[in-house]
Write a protein that binds this ligand. Structure first.
Ligand code: ASP
Length: 599
């Protein structure tokens, strides 16, 4: 037997026990006749003492130990002498007085120390991921991920869901990204595609009468990576039969409140989760991913400044653009340097610039404000009355800073909502201990795709319009709203779902509007449409990012921190050196010729 306890276990009550521990040498300190070792495993650290006088052989051997060697140590647990306790360690009141030491395995000098607060390049961390994962924080994250999975599974099973696996090797199941493809050896020149999501498969399961399905689904999307994207991610994927939108939302609300209560009971989760329409989210927060933990809502100044006399505003309005603002309460004394930083910030979000208006705190109310109480680059271009009207519309008063962005609608919304997030961070407005979930509902069914100059599905082609909007598909598709919902948590989108189309005519109309030819439809969706001819129940579901919710529960800001073996920003695994080349024999078997892109 290698051990009687794990390293983090011994307590005062164990004093006097003779035990064996196994683990990694975390640190060694020599003090003449005494050598101290911190012995580490997943559960924590235990101090071990080798005394030259009482255990000469073990002490000599301990002198050779190096970081990360794997050892087994026998000894007796003893209370530390007064003053030598370490209150930071759960085992800090005791130590193991060693009588025997066995080296189980040696280690190269590790590439970095096993400490939580380390500044190591991501590339190095991932190349030595097996060492990186020894850090307590990483183990905690893996454990939390495990807990989230168990909590989800228990909840879903309790709600009558069946856990069903679907294939990884299949055919393109478009979610709007590029496919990862796998060549077939048996059928030269043909390819499988890895699922971007099991969308069609779960809908087929509903046609099969499964009623309620869920799965932890690996989804593969070949897209340009952003901070919280990976080439493969895991979704909590679910689908339900004979449901309306509200039925699905109820299950999700139960799932997430239970999950947070079981894994982070210290967090507050306000319930019921608000249902906010897409239009309201854009109007109040300029984004469909609102962080509702704090106010600072976004106002619309377009009408107010349409004839303000200020050229920039007037030309934006004439061009059909928008002028929107937020108010940073009590920030009137922001310096030029601080507002310059904010200008750089909004530029990085795509805006041309930012117009600040500082209203001095020295006046009692807006009525008393004179031009001298205002600091702004537009002060001399806009009348005092107009400035006051802007302040009233934006909801600003003395002591406040109004931040205005003008430009094309989409650009303004992106920049001002990012700026709202940034100001929320700077002013510490968002309580990290509150998890504010919100369902955003009633999304438009389509969005205009500038590149293709045509309609594209906002979610995917199977999303049903609202019953009352079906007629709009013929008359005004852009105005049609879908039975389509997102779950958003503290400004982060956790996932999307919808009630699906089961009416053949509606489905055909959607394909037509998106501009899919009959051939494309058959190629991509033929199997599902065929199945729908054999009796499809009304159904709907959702796909929710597992990595993201674990990231938020862990308080991390990158999903790499909660994935055991993630890839870098460049979609590379530095540990396996993947992607890599394959042998000529493999290429030949697959009937593939690699063309050198340089020539
Ligand atoms: N397949 C969808 C997605 O990955 C989720 C769903 O509609 O259920 O976003």
């Amino acid at each position: 037997m290698f051990r009687d306890m794990t390293c983090g276990e011994p307590r005062q009550a164990d004093s006097g026990k003779i035990i064996t521990l196994s683990g990694w040498v975390h640190r060694r300190r020599d003090h003449g006749g005494l050598t101290f070792i911190d012995l580490r495993d997943y559960s924590g650290l235990m101090q071990v003492v080798f005394n030259e006088d009482t255990a000469r052989d073990a002490h000599t051997l301990a002198g050779d130990l190096r970081s990360e060697w794997v050892v087994q140590i026998k000894g007796s647990v003893q209370e530390r002498r007064a003053g030598a306790e370490n209150p930071d360690l759960p085992t800090g009141s005791v130590e193991l007085i060693a009588t025997g030491l066995t080296v189980l395995n040696r280690s190269e000098t590790p590439p970095f120390e096993i400490e939580d607060d380390l500044n190591v390049a991501d590339e190095t961390r991932l190349r030595y991921r097996f060492v990186d994962l020894r850090r307590p924080r990483m183990y905690k994250n893996l454990k939390l991920r495990h807990d989230v999975i168990q909590s989800t599974r228990n909840y879903m099973v309790g709600q009558g869901f069946l856990e069903i696996e679907t294939p990884i090797l299949l055919k393109s199941t478009p979610e709007g990204a590029r496919d990862y493809v796998v060549p077939s050896r048996v059928h030269p020149g043909t390819f499988y595609a890895l699922p971007q999501s099991p969308q069609q498969l779960k809908q087929l399961l509903m046609v099969s009468g499964v009623d309620r399905y869920f799965q932890f689904a690996h989804c593969f999307r070949d897209e340009d990576l952003r901070a919280d994207r990976q080439p493969e991610h895991t979704q909590i994927d679910l689908e339900m039969s004979f449901v309306e939108q509200e039925d699905v939302l109820q299950v999700l609300e139960g799932l997430y409140t239970t999950m947070v209560a079981q894994t982070r009971p210290d967090l507050q989760v306000p319930t019921p989760f608000p249902r906010m329409t897409y239009a309201e989210a854009i109007e109040r927060y300029a984004t469909d991913k609102p962080d509702i933990r704090f106010g600072m809502e976004v106002s619309r100044l377009t009408d107010v400044v349409a004839n303000s006399g200020f050229g920039v505003f007037e030309s934006v309005v004439a061009g059909g653009g928008a002028i929107r603002a937020i108010v940073a309460e009590g920030c009137a004394d922001y310096t030029r340097r601080q507002t310059d930083e904010l200008i750089e910030f909004v530029k990085s979000s795509g805006a041309q610039g930012l117009i600040p208006i500082h209203i001095s705190a020295s006046v009692a109310s807006l009525n008393d404000v004179t031009v001298d109480d205002i600091r702004s680059p537009i002060r001399n271009h806009v009348s005092l009355d107009k400035l006051k009207e802007i302040a009233t519309t934006a909801g600003a008063g003395p002591g406040d800073l109004i931040l205005i962005i003008a430009g094309p609608d989409g650009v303004v919304n992106t920049a001002i909502s990012n700026l709202r997030g940034e100001m929320g961070r700077r002013l510490d407005l968002a309580d990290p201990n509150v998890f504010n979930f919100v369902f955003v509902v009633d999304f438009p069914l389509f969005e205009w795709d500038e590149d293709r100059n045509g309609w594209a599905a906002m979610h995917h082609v199977f999303t049903s319009p609202r019953q009352q909007d079906v007629g709009l598909l013929d008359t005004n598709p852009g105005a049609a709203l879908g039975q389509l919902y997102d779950l958003v948590l503290n400004g982060v989108e956790l996932g999307s779902g919808s009630i699906r189309i089961i009416d053949r005519k509606v489905q055909e109309k959607v394909f037509e509007l998106i501009g899919h030819s009959a051939e494309q439809v058959d190629q991509r969706f033929g199997q599902l449409l065929r199945a729908f001819e054999y009796g499809a129940p009304p159904h709907g579901g959702m796909g929710l990012g597992l990595d993201r919710i674990v990231m938020l529960l862990a308080g991390e800001d990158n999903i790499r921190e909660v994935i055991a073996f993630p890839k870098t920003q460049a979609a590379v695994d530095p540990l396996f050196d993947a992607p890599g080349t394959i042998t000529d024999e493999q290429l030949e078997e697959l009937s593939i010729t690699v063309v050198d892109s340089d020539g």
